[in-house]
Design a protein around this ligand. Structure first.
Ligand code: FAD
Ligand code: MLT
Ligand code: ZN
Length: 480
């Protein structure tokens, strides 16, 4: 399925007017009755067919049954839903665009699934403060569109932009292609409005830009994966929209060569992205998309470097490329269509991999100096463990974030997860750079986080959600 196919599926769910009355099961459920009283019968879904699209995640590796799906239209309804669920002893899984890749936004064991997609309002950007307030269900693309109208941009960008929501991106502390310049989602969030597990609303949207008064609750909710609160709105910092861009795709002899180029590229003043992929991923993308070979000859590794600013980016990038050596095989693009073509080789990896099978996806980060060694070791360890598997590696090389994708194994084969996460720990990395922990990685959190860290996280969870109502089974390992 293509990303645009997925986007269509998701936007179909989001906008199909009028919302059908899906409460067709005939089940007598007093919680469902209470929720219908809050959001109306059109927004409480109970039949298996109606709930199914919310019950399996994008990877198709994680799915479970929900008790029902409820679709609030504003923060007040979210708060009332939480109170009703608490009264009924029901647990809750928040969901945005359902593009998450770690099984954190789908039900596991009969939870109530709260879809935030109807909270999709985006206010006009404030050009003086360079900020914008958006509902948690607004897609990144819609926020980008509104920001662009004011000559501004969001500092985070992802290939899932047409479906991923602002709430989901904050909850996962999403990264993407511009982390090297602007940091992850946490760095773009000036404040949030969020409903807590007791139904009260935390409103942090309007504070001053700079404040050191106490704990950073907004920062804490970024990356909390729906386990501490349900985010309903956010104030986002905006950055100037670049008017001038240049992209280069450079062939590299191996990962270490690509990382050496990346190290040099980090000094570029208008650097906007440094991305890595390999011959195996390129071959898959080309057979999936029909794209021609990007360079004169084939290379084991490829580095994509983008500069963006208000002028002179081509000259800046050209000077850098000249310094990389005379015999480099390079394609450079300035024209928007040509730039999109070069980016397609990188951005289509996720779709091409998903089209080839259900992958074990590992989003990990490594110290930059150890990344090339890690990639080789992970490849070798996977091959030794599962000779029938194929490994495709790509990612955000500038910040040491690589995505290891293993195809050819049963989705529930957890041995391979153990193999790869142990290599990550050996190389001093993190088991999640940008996708979160979800249910996919929680059993390995202890490999890279100390018992003291995990105990502190548990204490935070206990303080926010003493009854364990919000997204149970996500992020924190089960207690012995
Ligand atoms: P969902 O999948 O719906 O949920 C994700 C998590 O957030 C779940 O734990 C859920 O419970 C929680 N959650 C959702 N909404 C809320 C809310 N309002 N309040 C509290 N908790 C909430 N990710 C990256 O970081 N970088 C990338 O470059 C990137 N590229 C991608 C490319 C493709 C093609 C795809 C399919 C995915 C990609 N992703 C990437 C992963 C995904 O898009 C991000 O994790 C995104 O942030 C998820 O947003 P969502 O709205 O789909 O969240
Ligand atoms: C990406 O960088 O394209 C994503 O994080 C998605 C993925 O890991 O497949
Ligand atoms: Zn990524």
């Amino acid at each position: 399925m293509t990303l645009s196919g997925i986007t269509q599926r998701l936007s179909h769910q989001r906008t199909r007017p009028p919302y059908p009355n899906c409460f067709t099961s005939g089940v007598t459920d007093s919680l469902a009755d209470a929720l219908i009283g809050i959001v109306g019968s059109a927004h409480v879904l109970t039949g298996p067919d109606m709930c199914a699209p919310y019950e399996t995640d994008w990877t198709r590796r994680f799915s479970g049954r929900s008790r029902l799906v409820v679709r609030p239209g504003d923060a007040g309804q979210v708060a009332a839903i939480i109170v009703a669920c608490a009264d009924a002893g029901a647990r809750v899984v928040p969901q945005g665009g359902n593009t998450g890749l770690v099984g954190g936004g789908v039900p596991r064991d009969g939870e109530v699934l709260v879809s935030l997609r109807r909270l999709e309002d985006v206010a006009d950007a404030d050009p003086v403060a360079a900020r914008l307030v958006a509902g948690a269900g607004a897609t990144l693309a819609s926020v980008q569109h509104t920001a662009r109208a004011a000559g501004l941009a969001v500092g985070v960008d992802l290939a899932s932009r047409d479906s991923a929501t602002i709430g989901g991106m904050i909850a996962t502390n999403a990264g993407g292609i511009h982390v090297i310049r602007y940091g992850p989602m946490r760095a773009q969030v000036l404040g949030v409005e969020a409903v807590l597990a007791d139904g009260s609303t935390l409103s942090l949207l309007d504070g001053p830009l700079h404040s050191s008064a106490g704990y950073d609750l907004t920062g804490l909710l970024a990356g909390s994966e729906g386990t501490l609160a349900i985010i309903t709105r956010a104030a986002l910092r905006l950055v100037p929209e670049p008017t001038d861009r240049a992209v280069a795709l450079i062939g590299a002899s191996d990962t270490a060569d690509a990382m050496a180029l990346a190290a040099a590229a980090r000094a570029l003043p208008s650097l906007d992205a440094i991305e890595l992929f390999h011959d195996s991923g390129l071959a898959l993308v080309r057979s999936y998309s029909g794209l021609a070979a990007p360079l004169e000859r084939d290379w084991p590794a490829y580095l994509l470097v983008e500069c963006a600013g208000s002028g002179g980016t081509f000259d800046e990038l050209s000077a850098f490329l000249t310094g990389t050596g005379a015999d480099r095989d390079i394609a450079v693009a300035v024209d928007p269509q040509e730039r999109r073509r070069l980016w397609a080789y990188r951005e289509q990896h996720t779709e091409a991999i998903a089209a080839a099978g259900i992958a074990h996806k590992f989003d990990v980060s490594l110290p930059l100096s150890r990344l090339a060694g890690f990639v080789a070791a992970a490849d070798a360890r996977v091959a030794a463990h599962s000779p029938q598997a194929s490994t495709i590696t790509f990612g955000h090389a500038g910040v040491g974030n690589v995505h290891i994708n293993v195809l050819g194994l049963a989705p529930d084969d957890a041995h391979i997860d153990d193999v790869v996460f142990r290599v990550v720990a050996e190389y001093g990395g993190s088991i999640s750079a940008e996708h979160g922990v979800g249910t996919a990685k929680r059993d390995w959190l202890h490999l890279t986080h100390s018992a003291v860290e995990i105990a502190a996280m548990r204490a935070v969870k206990q303080a926010f959600d003493p009854k364990g109502m919000l997204n149970p089974g996500v992020l924190l390992p089960a207690q012995a």
